[in-house]
Write a protein that binds this ligand. Structure first.
Ligand code: SF4
Length: 289
């Protein structure tokens, strides 16, 4: 890649170290015990320690059924419309062990089974911490839990084909179909996402594509058509979700002292959003929401 981050080992991945106050932690997840820097780095390398922003139980979003969504800290993109900018930096997460995360996930096995749900790892960008995420996915599969990740695909090369076998579903964000627009919107290149999507298609993995409709940024007909042409190459895509931009993340940008550039952007109307969905359908793309 041209930007210096390779999929296999994002540099920040070994460097997060969060000073913790005794008794603090991501609610409901046991904080990692105190340890030396060497132990910390070794555990991160082995995928036994992750930097976690938060988690929640959700229904009918982030995949089928009721799901535990785990939000990892750290993301190589800087999407102008990000509604979770507080997940962008890995150092802002909380160190949590693999055991602590699995203990929480396994509590909801009954809920997952009853609802046809499972685990979704989101962020941030899950693949910023590939060793940890691979272990969580492998452990979850070992216990028969349905697994998904929500990813931009930018670091998709961090997942081997064998790793992908532990994933039941990939929620793949295609933020634009035009390289220049993608870069203006995210600060990164589009091609790694296409490469990851191509590989998922070759491997016949289940994919739901997500596209955020941002007036003035992603809503140009030529952009919709470009996204549609990319997605049309992937017969494994079961559906495309058009997600209308909203302003609910604005305050978080201010809170963390980052400049928010979309203050003046109005969310798209229902009619505008539906027209974009129809445009995707006209390309033969199964579109919901
Ligand atoms: S990929 Fe997601 S978490 Fe990362 S900046 Fe974009 S919207 Fe935010």
């Amino acid at each position: 890649m041209t930007d210096g981050i390779t999929g296999a080992a994002a540099p920040e991945a070994l460097e997060f170290e969060v000073p913790r106050v005794a008794g603090s932690g991501v609610a409901g997840l046991t904080p990692a015990p105190e340890m030396s820097r060497e132990e910390h780095l070794a555990m991160v390398r082995e995928g036994r320690l992750g930097s976690i922003h938060s988690w929640e139980l959700v229904t009918a979003v982030d995949g089928p059924g009721s799901r535990m969504t785990l939000f990892m800290a750290g993301c190589p993109l800087r999407c102008l419309y990000c509604h979770n900018p507080d997940t962008m930096k890995m150092k802002d997460g909380e160190p949590v062990t693999l055991d602590a995360v699995m203990e929480r996930i396994l509590r909801y096995r009954g809920v997952f089974t009853a609802s046809g749900g499972g685990l979704t790892i989101s962020g941030g960008e899950p693949l910023m911490q590939p060793a940890f995420v691979k272990n969580v996915l492998a452990e979850s599969k070992r216990h028969g839990i349905h697994t998904a990740i929500d990813t931009s695909g930018y670091l998709g090369s961090a997942m081997s084909d064998a790793d992908l076998a532990n994933l039941d579903l990939v929620l793949l964000d295609v933020k634009s179909g035009i390289p220049e627009t993608y870069r203006a919107l995210t600060g990164r290149d589009l091609q790694p996402t296409i490469d990851f999507g191509d590989r998922l298609a070759r491997l016949e993995r289940r994919v739901w594509v997500r596209f955020v409709l941002v007036p003035g940024h992603t809503d140009a007909p030529e952009n919709i058509d470009a996204v549609a042409r990319i997605v049309a190459q992937w017969p494994n895509v079961e559906r495309l979700e058009v997600l209308p931009f909203h302003q609910m993340g604005r305050d978080k940008w201010e809170t963390i002292g980052m400049t928010y550039q979309l203050d003046d952007v109005e969310p798209p109307s229902n009619d505008e959003t539906e027209a974009v969905r129809q445009r995707f359908r006209d390309h033969g793309i199964p579109t919901v929401y």
